[in-house]
Design a protein around this ligand. Structure first.
Ligand SMILES: Cc1cc2nc3c(=O)[nH]c(=O)nc-3n(C[C@H](O)[C@H](O)[C@H](O)COP(=O)(O)OP(=O)(O)OC[C@H]3O[C@@H](n4cnc5c(N)ncnc54)[C@H](O)[C@@H]3O)c2cc1C
Length: 370
């Protein structure tokens, strides 16, 4: 099967490898050079669903040494002043043997490895342009050109989208009082924030807050920014040094009404974008890749590729919709600091702290999707 992929971000590039492994001939288009693709300062939480996909493709064993595993995911609700932990025992039995609730990955390491794999594969042709000269040459065209996708605009595929009245600030910080194998997901009234281990004392802070407060915090000197962090970090955790500059970006939500248009299939953030603080974004994108690869590898569909886009769209909707709603609910939960929400929050926290079965269900959903 001849496939064009528009966009070689982490979704498009992984799709290229996965589909090439499945026997397709892939032309991978991107307007950026490899250097520009690699040099993005982002940190991802990798879940077990991504681990399984990378294992299937043969990348995991090369990548794992660059990842930072965490064994404890502390969830804290500042409004209630309560905490519980997701532990390895909350995972399914088959996931437990990997001794990690999840892993933290830096964009550079993942992108570099994926591009290395691509350069070794004969049936992937990288083309440094955004224009496909002749779309008739392809059986399927995959749009993986990100949340501002030109392809989606050109094909006039409608989507539901909105901007949160928040910005996201990310910063690398040396911390004291926290173990190198723990991560935090914290709910406070400004919005959720995450503390992710990057090895040793180095941690990535990803926090969302109102545009006004975020803009003010971004204008602070390094010393004042550290003072600010010490006011929002959990009790006993102290920021020591800020590494580099904090980065901020607006946060938007996007969900396409359809994940295909004719022979075009929307993959990754072209089809859906969720709030970054839940750590689900990239994992959801890679599950798109896995679903499409399974369909393309299915013998009955090899000669009936025109129905693949429709089946793909049907198969992906439940996982994408449920993770989008769950992530959005976490943001709203965090910001619902009105008195009427205190009792439901207390009940929810009580259940999560005391019911291993509910904890397992939630962790399994967050780590493996639907
Ligand atoms: C600033 C920022 C920080 C983020 N931080 C996190 C985080 O901490 N954790 C997390 O899980 N997720 C994070 N995300 C989200 C995460 O980056 C995405 O989930 C992931 O990159 C999605 O990958 P993608 O390949 O679908 O889209 P993208 O990474 O957006 O890739 C799209 C690719 O398409 C290319 N392209 C665009 N238009 C064209 C065209 N016309 N022709 C050819 N190529 C084109 C672009 O050059 C790009 O390479 C962040 C996103 C942003 C913007």
């Amino acid at each position: 099967m001849n496939i064009a992929i528009i966009g070689s971000g982490l979704t498009g590039s992984l799709a290229a490898i996965s589909l090439a492994n499945a026997g397709c001939r892939v032309d991978l288009y991107d307007r950026f050079t490899d250097e520009e693709l690699i040099n993005r300062d982002r940190t991802y939480a990798i879940t077990h669903s991504s681990r399984k996909i990378l294992q299937k493709i043969g990348i995991w064993s090369y990548l794992v040494s660059d990842l930072v595993p965490f064994q404890y995911l502390n969830v804290i609700d500042y409004e209630l002043n309560k905490k519980f932990q997701f532990l390895i025992n909350d995972l399914s039995i088959s996931d437990r043997m990997y001794s990690a609730v999840g892993w933290i990955a830096e964009h550079k390491n993942v992108m570099l490895l994926i591009l290395d794999f691509i350069s070794d594969m004969e049936n992937i042709n990288k083309i440094p342009t955004s224009v496909i000269p002749n779309t008739n040459n392809y059986d399927l065209i995959i749009a993986a050109d990100g949340s501002n996708s030109n392809t989606r605009k050109k094909l006039k595929t409608p989507s539901f989208k909105f901007y949160y009245d928040q910005i996201c600030i990310t910063a690398k910080v040396l911390l004291r009082g926290v173990k190198s194998n723990e991560a935090y997901e914290i709910f406070n009234s400004e919005g959720p924030f995450a503390v992710l281990p990057l090895g040793g004392d180095l941690f990535q802070i990803i926090c969302s807050q109102s545009i006004e407060k975020g803009t003010y915090n971004m204008s602070l000197t390094k010393a004042s920014f550290l003072d600010y962090l010490s006011t929002i970090l959990p009790y006993g955790v102290e920021p020591d040094t800020l590494i580099g500059e904090p980065i901020s970006f607006p946060i938007n939500f996007l969900l396409n009404y359809s994940f295909f248009s004719g022979k075009y299939i929307y993959l990754g953030e072209t089809a859906h974008k969720v709030h970054p603080v839940g750590g689900q974004g990239l994992n959801l994108c890679w599950r798109d890749v896995d679903c499409l690869t399974r369909l393309i590898s299915f013998p009955l569909l090899k000669n009936n590729h025109s129905i693949i886009p429709f089946i793909y769209s049907l198969l992906r909707i439940v996982d994408v919709l449920s993770i989008s709603v769950l992530t959005d609910s976490l943001v709203r939960y965090s910001r619902s600091n009105f008195n009427i929400f205190v009792l439901p929050r207390k009940v929810l926290f009580f259940i999560l702290r005391n019911s291993p079965i509910i904890r397992k269900c939630i962790l399994n959903l967050m780590t493996n999707g639907f």
